[in-house]
Design a protein around this ligand. Structure first.
Ligand code: SAM
Length: 432
């Protein structure tokens, strides 16, 4: 398998791809799940107080809210949601992700996409679709590699992003020209062009992306989507809700259990569920069912990277602030909220239409994709400071005690490709 990538990676086009400047500073060893976190400019007290007040007003009017409602409001409330108006990723943000650690991650993903696309006969035009693109670094690396492989004219880039601030940062990174159409006759809200004339479109939702053959990418996207939490009790499954904590005045929130079953507890828990505590991301279920239909009817494939498990973990909902774990119910909007992705749920949502591969660890995937060979080539061609950055980023991504084991890769292909993929297995997912 590696020989394919050796071949792709040894082409003069790829070898000429030089070091991409990165700027990250590690201030811990990445022991927390969100990896190495950088010193964040904390959200101002005023903003988080106002979001807390809105949530409290809602709870007073309607009663306790689901964890999913809370998470959605805290992360993506248009006025004061955590992601909406700040650059939360990277040196000046709250956390660093693999694509921000240097070009190695994005290049391995790009080689994977290019190779799988070639195996399918390189259907054109190809839409590269990224959900939750953050600062746009992964998209930038993927486009650069596609261009080096001579496929720049065949691709367009489609970004699904709800954050106005991050979409602005993505545009600055990727495009020389960007416009926001005033009329609502388009499904995109922003359109740009890269320096090499590749069109880039922005959408609020995957449903708005044109239906065509596409390669879908999602890196640390599904973990940011709202989850429902359930607890098994003697009376049956009950949903974990969020209420105002009466003991702490009206300042704080607390978890309570629903008195009876809820619509979510009736519909989202598997009949044969063995765990006593379960988290289900129904919003990802909707996206995945839609994605499965697209892949089946329009063709394409998908690659997801996230931290997660295969249906075994229980209570993973947590907050992060200042590169530390943070109580998810304190100062809502001032910290990132996240929950591990349940890959068995992704499989269950898509298995009637798609073949799934993984999850495999990030270390396994990157090693199979030839990251070591690529590292050596880059090290031969850069200065001392760049070498130090490359090696730091490499170890963060692949070391078992950092992101190498915790982060997982998962891929999805239309079922019609079963025989084809048995003959030509999906790269990066084979047993080593
Ligand atoms: C944890 S960040 C990951 C960013 C980037 N993929 C990376 O790994 O560096 C989550 C990203 O998803 C976006 N996002 C969160 N919820 C979203 C939603 N419901 N629809 C679209 N984008 C969303 C955020 O604005 C952000 O760009």
């Amino acid at each position: 398998m590696l020989s394919v990538f050796k071949k792709l990676q040894s082409t003069p086009a790829f070898l000429n791809l030089k070091y991409r400047k990165t700027s990250f500073k590690f201030i811990n060893n990445g022991e927390h799940d969100r990896s190495a976190r950088c010193v964040p400019p904390s959200k101002t007290k005023k903003e988080s107080v106002s979001l807390a007040r809105q949530l409290q007003a809602k709870i007073k009017a309607m009663g306790p809210i689901t964890v999913a409602e809370y998470m959605k409001e805290v992360l993506t409330n248009p006025v004061s949601g955590y992601y909406m108006h700040r650059d939360v990723i990277g040196e000046t943000g709250d956390f660093i992700t693999s694509p921000e650690l240097g070009q190695l991650f994005g290049e391995m993903v790009a080689v994977w996409c290019f190779n799988e696309w070639q195996k399918m006969g390189s259907p054109i035009p190809l839409q590269l679709v990224e959900m939750g693109p953050g600062r746009g670094s992964l998209a930038e690396d993927v486009l650069r590699v596609f261009e080096r492989f001579g496929a720049g004219n065949e691709v367009s880039l489609h970004l699904v992003e709800v954050s106005p601030r991050l979409s602005q940062i993505q545009a600055q990174k990727l495009c020389v020209k960007t416009v926001r159409p005033s009329k609502s006759s388009h499904t995109y809200y922003q359109l740009g062009t890269t320096a090499t004339n590749i069109p880039v479109f922005w959408y609020n939702s995957i449903q708005d992306v044109p239906r065509q053959f596409s390669c879908y990418l999602a890196h640390e996207f599904f973990d940011a989507l709202p989850i429902h939490k359930f607890q098994r009790t003697e009376a049956g499954w009950r949903e974990v809700l969020i209420d105002i904590d009466p003991a702490a005045g009206s300042e704080k929130f607390r978890y309570v259990l629903s008195r009876t079953s809820t619509p979510a507890s009736k519909t989202l828990i598997k009949a044969d569920e063995k765990r006593d505590h379960v988290e289900v991301c129904a919003e990802s279920g909707v996206i995945l069912e839609h994605l499965a239909t697209r892949l089946e009817e329009d063709g394409g494939f998908a690659l997801f990277a996230d931290y997660g498990h295969d249906g075994s973990k229980t209570d993973t909902f947590r907050g992060f602030r200042n590169h530390e774990l943070h109580d998810a119910l304190v100062d809502p909007g001032s910290a990132d909220l996240t929950a591990d992705v349940d890959f068995s749920y992704i499989r269950a949502c898509t298995e009637d239409k798609l073949l799934t591969f993984g999850p495999v660890t990030q270390r396994h995937f990157l090693k199979q994709m030839g990251i070591d060979m690529r590292l050596q080539i880059l090290l031969q061609n850069c200065g001392e400071k760049q070498k130090e950055n490359l090696l730091l980023g490499y170890h963060m991504m692949v070391d078992e005690d950092k992101m190498g084991e915790r982060f997982k890769l998962f891929s999805l292909f239309p079922s019609v490709l079963k025989d084809h993929l048995e003959r030509f297995p999906v790269s990066g997912f084979a047993d080593s």
